[in-house]
Write a protein that binds this ligand. Structure first.
Ligand SMILES: Cc1cc2nc3c(=O)[nH]c(=O)nc-3n(C[C@H](O)[C@H](O)[C@H](O)COP(=O)(O)OP(=O)(O)OC[C@H]3O[C@@H](n4cnc5c(N)ncnc54)[C@H](O)[C@@H]3O)c2cc1C
Length: 460
């Protein structure tokens, strides 16, 4: 338990209102969106300025107090489950958009800014911030950078990393370190961004972040390709890529997910379809028409039974909202929802989808599959009840089998959700012992007392 004198010191830095000791408050921050055991922190702290964030980090280090920083807690890998007895540091009061620069196309933000609010503020100036994780209505930019989050537009526009021009962060001593710039190009110093983006709060705490903006494309068009055969849908994904067409978005949903989503959102999805592809193209109006026609022709050629083109923005947005609700819709069905993130080279999408179906049968578990198929990134979502020990053992075996299959197909354990606690034991399968030891040496050099989000990614 944390000493009274130390609590007083945190209260002195942050004000009493921003230091939470009640068990209810602590329990609120003891878990996140991953299916893992919770752990109760001793204290929850809410800095309201950059300066106090740095002082909190420095004090935690001085006291060897494990520190887990938390944005919205929507990560799916246990990245914000604190060390029992440690502290949770919230970023929700660090939520200012400091600058949107229309001349040089960048913005400077605090880490607790909500992703969708930022995207809307930028859009109001005719600019575009493409990374759009399904959780964007609540996720924070700090959390996005720490997870290197992807989203529905990753196929054409890339992931969060591609929009980080620079940032300042607190090292474990609470010293402010700076990397990158407000310029398009910058090779000053080590590429600390390469190390810190995706580091899940284990190497430093993001303070201000400078993000690249791009012009808003003038036209968009969304299509829904409806298939009676799941294999034909997955083969169409591979065919679109092989034909050098790069839509903004190329999402996949199997029948189980379509039915769950339709039940939840009433967006008019065809519940009898074996699978759907949700596709969007953007750019100049002429180019959009041309690309949409190419995509439509290819989908028909590959066996789509019908193509629906969204007739206006409202219809388009309704379908995208429904897609973003896929996880929420599936998670209503059973008490426990395990969403996986296996990712394969795009040409292997048909093989991966077939494998997921086989794994569901082999282990007799319910799996709904959807995801960013154009990125090779699928979310097989297992619906279960963790209290049922016998079923849970089968679920764990199915998860192992999904990872093994993704790796055998030349893929990766995580396309976007990070490793956190949930997948750290699988890391060696994809890399090797030397990689883990090398990473641990970096961690030990930068955080000798191992207080920054201990146990995540590389274990202890
Ligand atoms: C319904 C749903 C849909 C989702 N869809 C997507 C998707 O499409 N694509 C995708 O990539 N992910 C998706 N996710 C996962 C998740 O939303 C992302 O990982 C997101 O980036 C997490 O943001 P957050 O603010 O919730 O971060 P948190 O969950 O609070 O934190 C995530 C990690 O970042 C660290 N962190 C947070 N702030 C800082 C900081 N200031 N400095 C250093 N480290 C920090 C934390 O310690 C933790 O390790 C989804 C999750 C849900 C629940």
């Amino acid at each position: 338990m944390i000493m009274k004198a130390l609590i007083k010191e945190f209260e002195h830095i942050l004000g009493k209102n921003n230091v939470f000791q009640d068990e209810t408050d602590r329990a609120t921050y003891s878990y996140d969106a991953a299916v893992l055991d919770s752990a109760l922190p001793s204290l929850v702290l809410r800095p309201t300025s950059s300066e106090t964030l740095g002082r909190v980090v420095g004090l935690c280090n001085e006291q060897a107090l494990p520190l887990t920083v938390r944005g919205a807690g929507t990560n799916l890998s246990g990245g914000t489950i604190p060390q029992a007895g440690g502290v949770v540091v919230l970023t929700n009061a660090l939520n200012r958009i400091i600058e949107i620069n229309e001349e040089d196309l960048y913005a400077v933000v605090e880490p607790g800014v909500v992703t969708a609010s930022f995207a809307a503020a930028v859009e109001a100036r005719g600019l575009f911030y493409p990374p759009d994780p399904g959780s964007q209505a609540v996720s924070t930019l700090g959390g996005n950078v720490a997870e290197n989050a992807g989203g529905l537009r990753g196929l054409r526009y890339g992931v969060t990393r591609d929009y980080v021009l620079g940032f300042q962060f607190f090292d474990v001593n609470g010293e402010l370190v700076k990397t990158g710039a407000r310029t398009v190009k910058c090779v000053t110093g080590y590429n600390l961004g390469g190390l810190l983006v995706g580091s899940e709060g284990t190497l430093g705490i993001f303070d201000q972040i400078t993000l690249k903006l791009i012009p808003m494309p003038p036209a968009r068009k969304a299509l829904m390709a409806i298939f009676n055969d799941i294999n034909k849908a997955s083969e169409t994904v591979a065919a679109i890529i092989a034909h050098r067409i790069v839509p903004v978005t190329l999402e996949f949903m199997d029948n189980f997910t379509i039915r769950a989503v339709e039940d939840f959102s009433r967006a008019g999805l065809p519940v009898d379809a074996a699978a759907l592809l949700l596709i969007e193209v953007d750019g100049h109006p002429h180019q959009v028409e041309e690309e949409a026609a190419k995509v439509e022709a290819l989908c028909r050629q590959m066996g789509a039974r019908h193509i629906r083109v969204a007739k206006d923005a409202a219809e388009r947005d309704k379908v995208w909202e429904a897609r973003r609700a896929a996880l929420s819709a599936l998670s209503r069905i059973k008490p426990t929802t395990v969403l996986e993130d296996a990712t394969v080279p795009r040409s292997k999408i048909p093989a991966m989808i077939r494998s997921i179906e086989e794994i569901a049968k082999e282990f007799n578990v319910t799996i709904g599959t959807f995801g960013h198929a154009g990125d090779g990134n699928l979310h097989p979502t297992i619906l279960t009840d963790r209290r049922n020990q016998e079923e849970w053992e089968r679920v764990e075996k199915a998860i192992d089998a999904i990872f093994d299959r993704a790796l055998a197909l030349g893929g990766t354990l995580s396309g976007e959700h990070g490793i956190g606690l949930a997948k750290s034991r699988f890391l060696e399968k994809e890399t090797n012992r030397a990689t883990i030891l090398y990473s641990r040496r970096i961690k030990a050099a930068l955080d000798p007392k191992n207080i920054l989000n201990p146990g995540k990614i590389i274990g202890d």
